[in-house]
Design a protein around this ligand. Structure first.
Ligand code: AMP
Ligand code: GLY
Length: 424
């Protein structure tokens, strides 16, 4: 089978690494990829938002399966566009991708399906939104409706922060069209988890829980990022909690899609906040988390390809009888980022040293994100650069090994957290 993965992050590198081990997969392509994906696949120099070039490539090469790693192409309807040509795709239709691409759509969906979520109100007018928050107890959460590269959410401790966040979206146009409509939500306080499953129509295949380390610095300090680390399993989570998430959130989501005749064939990742033992849905994502994907795929036993093939089959019972099994070992991923991440507009490109030495550690993978090859040299090329991921009998041991591996790697301005996977 010939497989194309669209994207260039650590998540896509991990997908390719896992698919490379499949006996079914004969050829692997990545568009556009990075310096790491090049080691396990053939990089194709097509941007992930050039839909006609991507489809032309898939048709010419007779690609059997295309996997969209990130949300943007899905929100733009690439899954539909590929399907029109009879190409098999992992990733939902544009209609279904609204679950991630419009937070207002997602919240109305949750409300209609009785899925527990934070109370909210929708605004497109700044004075009305400001009057509303003036009557609320802080903190509140202000969210741009559309895709904003993970930067559209502000947790506001003070009224002045909420007013500034509202003005940034509705007056200053900080997120362009994506911020022309906003949500103001009640702020939930609890433990945040990432729930992932594969969905083929009416059937789903649960993955184990994972957790993202969202803040830039140790002990949860500093600004929110796309994710500075992840771990799986998550200590303190029980079978009972998983059962609640599935019966109150996942199954009503699948039923709600069916009720609207929206077919879903792809990965669904739900951000969950557990408050006093009860799970609330924070948001939907129509793809694997990054870096959650890295830890989940390191723990996944067996062959990923047949599972994704069933997802893409288009049949509404594609995952019936399938199982996903996971190693008991803990997986931890720590992200090394560039100077200025997450707020810089541009990142300087500097050489990365020590990658080979770091890769020599057992049960350790160096998944690349923002990297590129220039001759024999690997250079940084973006905010998040590498995700060093390791498996061990517990997360402390994995975290220690990752710190050793990271100490062999260096690039100018390199930053990483040392508390990922370490319990206080
Ligand atoms: P999102 O872009 O919707 O994934 O939100 C980004 C992050 O903001 C989430 O991962 C949470 O940490 C936080 N967040 C979102 N909504 C809420 C909420 N209602 N209460 C508390 N934190 C939230
Ligand atoms: N790690 C969060 C995300 O992928 O959206």
């Amino acid at each position: 089978m010939k497989v194309l993965v669209v994207g260039s992050g650590g998540r896509e590198h991990a997908l390719l690494w896992k698919l490379r081990q499949s006996l079914d997969v004969t050829e692997l392509y990545c568009a556009p990829g990075n310096a790491g994906t090049r080691l396990v696949a053939e990089n194709i120099f097509i941007p992930s938002v050039d839909r006609s070039a991507l489809r032309k490539f898939a048709l010419q090469k007779r690609v059997d399966l295309t996997i969209f790693g990130s949300e943007l192409p899905l929100a733009l309807g690439y899954a539909d566009y590929f399907a029109e040509s009879g190409l098999a795709v992992v990733g939902p239709s544009q209609e279904a991708a609204q679950l991630e691409a419009s937070k207002v759509f997602a919240k109305h969906f949750m409300l209609e399906e009785n899925i527990p979520t934070a109370a909210f109100a929708v605004f497109d007018d700044a004075p009305k939104a400001i009057a509303y928050v003036e009557g609320k107890r802080m903190p509140v959460v202000v969210k741009a409706d559309g895709l904003a590269f993970g930067k559209g959410v502000t947790v506001c401790e003070m009224l002045a922060d909420a007013v500034a966040a509202i003005r940034a979206c509705l007056v200053e146009g900080k997120f362009g069209k994506a911020g022309k409509r906003i949500l103001v939500e009640k702020c939930l306080t609890g433990v945040e988890l990432s729930y992932h499953c594969l969905i083929a129509g009416d059937t789903y295949l649960p993955f184990v829980l994972s957790q993202d380390y969202k803040r830039l610095s140790d002990r949860g300090m500093g600004p929110n990022t796309g994710g500075m680390g992840a771990r799986s399993p998550v200590p303190g989570t029980t079978e009972e909690l998983v059962e609640k998430i599935e019966s109150r959130i996942v199954e009503p989501t699948i039923a709600g899609l069916a009720k609207r005749s929206i077919s879903y064939n792809g990965v669904l990742y739900i951000g969950i906040m557990v408050v006093g033992g009860e799970p609330y849905a924070l948001e939907y994502n129509v793809r694997f988390g990054d870096p959650e994907g890295q830890v989940l795929l390191m723990r996944l036993k067996g062959d990923l390809f047949p599972l994704l093939w069933s997802v893409a089959s288009g049949s509404s019972s594609g995952l019936e009888g399938k199982t996903a099994e996971f190693l008991r070992d803990a997986a931890v991923c720590t992200v090394a980022s560039s100077a200025g991440y997450p707020d810089a507009k541009e990142y300087s490109s500097v050489p990365i040293l020590g990658l080979e030495k770091a890769a020599a550690f057992p049960k350790t993978m160096i998944f690349h994100s923002g990297t590129r090859s220039v001759g024999d040299q690997i250079m940084t090329a973006g905010g998040r650069v590498l995700g060093v991921t390791s498996l061990a009998r517990n997360s402390e041991t994995a975290a220690r090994r990752i710190r050793h591996a990271l100490s062999r790697i260096s690039f100018s301005g390199m930053h990483y957290r040392v508390d990922v996977g370490v319990d206080a």
